[in-house]
Design a protein around this ligand. Structure first.
Ligand SMILES: [Zn+2]
Length: 317
C-alpha cells in the first residue's frame, strides 16, 4: 500500500531525524498540557496498559463525573472487552477472497497549511471479524441492514470447547456439548446470543495455523473447528437464538463441503459472527454483547465491531 504523498526518500536522514525529534517534543508538550503523561495515570491503569492489545479495559473509578463513567454506571459494569480483530494487510480472509485493501489518499499538511489525512478501503464482506447475514445462505433471509439492532445486543452465553479443539482441529460442536452446558448453566434462553469459544483466535493472524493453509485458493486444506449440523438443528428447533458468534473463520468447520450449519442457522434467520477476538475474556454467563456491523444495504454480511461489557470489575478495584 503506497503513500502517494511520500516524498522524504531523497532528503538527508539528518533532516528526517530532526523533524521527528521536534514532533516528539511537541507531542510531549501537548501531553504535559493536558496532564496525560504516564505519571498522571493511576498505578492500576498502568498495569492494565502493559497488557497486550487489543484487550481494552477501562476503569470508571478514575473520573466518576465523566460521561463514560455514567455509561458504565447505567450498565452496572466496570469492564469492557474489544472482541474484533483490526483490519489491515494481515487480516485473514477466505482463501478465495481478496484481502483487505487500504490506501492512503491524501496524507500530510496541505496547501492551506493544515493537516489532512484520508484513505480508501475495500474488502470482501466475509473476512476479519464479520457478520454473516441470514441471506448469506438463505434466499429471502435478512440482509445486513435488515437485522434489527435489538437482535445485535444481549447477554452472551459462552459454550467453551477449547479442550476438545486443542486435540482435534476438525472438532465439531455437538448436541451433547450444548446439553452438558445446560446441565450446569441452565437452559439457553430464547433470544440468546451464543458464543462458541474454541480458543482458535490464539492463532490469529498466522494464516497457516488459523486456516490450516496459507495458500490462496487452497480450500481443500482448511482445518479449524466449527459447529456440527446436528447442534445447529438442535439450536434452531429446540431453542430460539438471535445469533451465533465463533472465534474461527466459519460457523462450519474447515473441512465442510456443503456448509450445512450455515444453511441451517441462516435458514432460520439466525445471523453468525465469525473470527471473534478475545472470547477467553468472557464469563460463561452475564456478559453483555454489542455487535454493530457496517450498515450495508442489501449486504450479505460485513465488518463488525463487537464489544462485551463484563459484569465484574477489574480485580483489585
Ligand atoms: Zn462469513
Amino acid at each position: 500500500m503506497s503513500d502517494p504523498t511520500k516524498n522524504t526518500e531523497a532528503r538527508p536522514w539528518i533532516v528526517i531525524g530532526s523533524l521527528l525529534f521536534i514532533a516528539f517534543a511537541i507531542l510531549m508538550a501537548v501531553l504535559e498540557q493536558f496532564n496525560m503523561t504516564s505519571d498522571s495515570i493511576p498505578n492500576d491503569l498502568k498495569k492494565e496498559k502493559s497488557q497486550a492489545p487489543p484487550i481494552v479495559i477501562h476503569n470508571t473509578n478514575t473520573n466518576e463525573a465523566s460521561n463514560f463513567a455514567k455509561f458504565f454506571a447505567l450498565l452496572g459494569s466496570k469492564r469492557i472487552v474489544d472482541m474484533s480483530h483490526s483490519f489491515d494487510e494481515t487480516t485473514i480472509y477466505w482463501p478465495t477472497d481478496k484481502p483487505f485493501r487500504w490506501e492512503k489518499n491524501r496524507w500530510g499538511p496541505n496547501a492551506n497549511g493544515y493537516w489532512y489525512a484520508s484513505a480508501n478501503y475495500a474488502a470482501s464482506e466475509h473476512g476479519g471479524t464479520h457478520l454473516d447475514s441470514p441471506i448469506h445462505f438463505a434466499e429471502g433471509g435478512n440482509t445486513t441492514d435488515q437485522i434489527d439492532l435489538e437482535r445485535l445486543v444481549g447477554e452472551a452465553l459462552v459454550v467453551d470447547i477449547r479442550e476438545k479443539c486443542n486435540t482435534n482441529p476438525d472438532y465439531l460442536l455437538t448436541v451433547k456439548d450444548l446439553k452438558d452446558w445446560e446441565q450446569t448453566n441452565g437452559l439457553i434462553d430464547p433470544g440468546a446470543i451464543l458464543v462458541i469459544r474454541t480458543g482458535w483466535s490464539i492463532h490469529w493472524p498466522n494464516k497457516k495455523a488459523y486456516l490450516g493453509t496459507d495458500q490462496p485458493g487452497d480450500v481443500a486444506n482448511l482445518h479449524f473447528p466449527g459447529i456440527g449440523p446436528d447442534a445447529a438443528s438442535f439450536l434452531v428447533t429446540e431453542r430460539k437464538l438471535e445469533g451465533v458468534l465463533i472465534d474461527t473463520p466459519s460457523l462450519d468447520y474447515g473441512q465442510s463441503k456443503d456448509f450445512k450449519t450455515h444453511r441451517i442457522l441462516n435458514g432460520a434467520n439466525i445471523y453468525g459472527i465469525e473470527n471473534l477476538a478475545n472470547a477467553e475474556q468472557l464469563p460463561i454467563r452475564g456478559a453483555a454483547i454489542i455487535a454493530l456491523p457496517m450498515k450495508i444495504k442489501g449486504g450479505t454480511g460485513g465488518p463488525v465491531r463487537v464489544m462485551s461489557i463484563l459484569p465484574e470489575p477489574i480485580k483489585g478495584n
